[in-house]
Design a protein around this ligand. Structure first.
Ligand code: NAD
Ligand code: 6OH
Length: 484
């Protein structure tokens, strides 16, 4: 049986407690994973602290950037291994992981290598009361030891999205990947080692959240700040855990994202775009649209076309090239998604398509597949319209006016992302600017430029990452005021 170990102070470390890494496509065990205990988390944080004081702390920006580029090459050199590991752990189709997850695993390092080389600092010439001047300028210093906690839906992408800027800014990191998807983080540790990243700069501790490596890391006094992606509820628990030590946090949390489709949209492009927005990664992307509002004059045509898309999805083995849709991540998560499929009926929904579990007649029946599902007819107050389901499902509702669509889209405790579909450019800008979210896409979805701010409002997060926003989170800025 394959073993996945912690990576602490430049060494792979095995412990006494283990848990199983499960393939969600057929329920089989992929590997046994070492769960980090208190001693291991202590060692990882101490190693990171020592590394800050050592050779790593003295590296020039140019040298750090070169190292990040080397890591990117290291990921690409082992592209197929990362791909296989990610597909096995998550059940996502190989077509998706090869297009998004693994390429972004390398691109995140390149983007922040580039950015840190060119990032400037603020400076102001200040007039003083005595008629003289002073110069204020800021100096960028590492935050210190950054604790990174990531989820299972885009494991390598989301881990590297945080590791790359943290290292670019000169920090050391201790990362805890999701217990559901430990494999690519372990591979990344191998790439760090072969790229010559000094011992202690990058550490991986495996395990769960509460009473395990996640909680041990967030509450550790040696950790300077926490960056977390995952559920809003977990974000709240982490916030409570770090409150007494007043650590900076950056949270990328859940969403209940709206899409607004106007009658003047490019119909074919919109159907294609929304089919992705609803069903990509089996609906397990924080940015997925779970609420779709469609102008009444095209409502029936839209519903029929999106239903065709849902029914044409190829639920298959993740490793097959033609598969578009894999299983959900786990048996527990499937139970949660199915409970919403059932709740929808009780809340008065019409299930247009899906609503259950597909049957394959092979090993996939032991996996965690669900049918892509389209609901309609729910009141806006229904739990299925309010709560994040995180599966291949959306509720489609008609609207009559722009104001009504905006009001419905904004009627959410979440505020991560939205999309607007219209050929009217003025309306696109106008509506986008009215939406209370961190990211709005117009006539597209999940189109990323890594320099842009990424994050959410309300229950969807605290702070922004991306571009300079990441550099600012992963740095302490020291303002120096010099009287001339
Ligand atoms: P989760 O919150 O259950 O787990 C995320 C990570 O937190 C895991 O590594 C887990 O072990 C750890 N964890 C859990 N409890 C903890 C605790 N008390 N202390 C410390 N660590 C703890 O999330 P998930 O189910 O893995 O991921 C799905 C969720 O993530 C969805 O809500 C989705 O919307 C959200 N998400 C948000 C973004 C974003 O950028 N906004 C991106 C991806 C996923
Ligand atoms: C959430 O599931 C997706 C998050 C995506 C990013 O953080 C990104 O950088 O693209």
């Amino acid at each position: 049986m394959k073993q996945l170990q912690n990576y602490i102070n430049g060494r792979f470390v095995k412990g006494t407690r283990e848990f199983a890494d499960i393939n969600p496509a057929n329920g089989s065990v992929i590997a046994q994973v070492t769960e980090a205990d208190q001693t291991m988390v202590d060692e990882a944080v101490s190693a990171a602290r020592r590394a800050l004081e050592g050779e790593w702390g003295r590296l020039t920006v140019a040298a750090r950037a070169a190292l990040l580029n080397k890591i990117a090459c290291g990921v690409e050199a082992r592209f197929d291994e990362f791909l296989q590991a990610e597909v096995a752990d998550t059940g996502k189709p190989v077509s998706l992981a090869s297009k998004i997850d693994v390429p972004r695993g390398a691109a995140n390092f390149r983007a922040f290598a580039e950015l840190i080389k060119t990032a400037g600092v603020e400076s102001f010439r200040t007039e003083t009361p005595d008629g003289l001047t002073a110069i204020n300028y800021t100096e960028r210093k590492p935050l210190g030891v950054v604790g990174i906690i990531t989820p299972w839906n885009l494991p390598l992408l989301l881990l590297t999205w945080k590791v790359a800027p943290a290292l670019a800014c000169g920090n050391c990191v201790v990362a805890k990947p999701s217990e559901e998807t430990p494999a690519t983080a372990t591979l990344l540790a191998e790439v760090m080692e072969s790229s010559g990243v000094p011992a202690g700069v990058f550490n991986i501790v495996h395990g769960f959240g509460p009473d395990s490596a996640g909680e041990l890391l967030t509450t550790h006094p040696g950790v300077s700040g926490i960056t977390f992606t995952g559920e809003s509820r977990t974000g709240a628990a982490i916030m409570r855990a770090v409150a007494s030590s007043v650590k900076p946090v950056s949270f990328e949390l859940g969403g209940k994202n709206a899409a607004i489709v106007f009658a003047d949209c490019d119909f074919a492009d919109t159907i294609k775009g929304l089919s992705e927005a609803v069903f990509l990664n089996t609906g397990q992307v924080c940015l997925c649209a779970e609420r779709v509002y469609v102008e009444r004059s095209i409502f029936e045509r839209f519903l029929a076309a999106l239903t065709r898309e849902a029914e044409n999805l190829q639920l298959g083995w993740p490793t097959h090239a033609t598969t578009t849709t894999g299983p959900l991540i786990s048996s527990d998560h499937r139970a949660k998604v199915l409970s919403y499929y059932q709740l929808a009926g009780k809340e008065g929904a019409t299930t247009i398509t899906g609503g259950g579990i597909p049957e394959f007649g092979d090993g996939r029946d032991n996996g965690f597949y669900v049918q892509p599902t389209i609901l309609t007819g729910l009141p806006e107050s229904a739990r299925c319209v309010k709560e994040e389901i995180f599966g291949p499902v959306c509720h489609v509702a008609p609207f009559d006016t722009e104001e009504e669509a905006i009001a419905k889209a904004n009627d959410s405790e979440y505020g991560l992302a939205a999309s607007v579909w219209t050929s009217n450019l003025k309306r696109g800008h106008r509506v986008a600017s009215m939406l209370k979210v961190g990211i709005t896409w117009v006539n597209c979805w999940f189109l990323r430029d890594l320099r842009t701010p990424f994050g959410g409002v309300g229950l969807s997060g605290v702070g922004r990452e991306g571009g300079m926003h990441s550099l600012n989170f992963y740095s302490e800025l020291n303002n120096i005021c010099v009287k001339l």
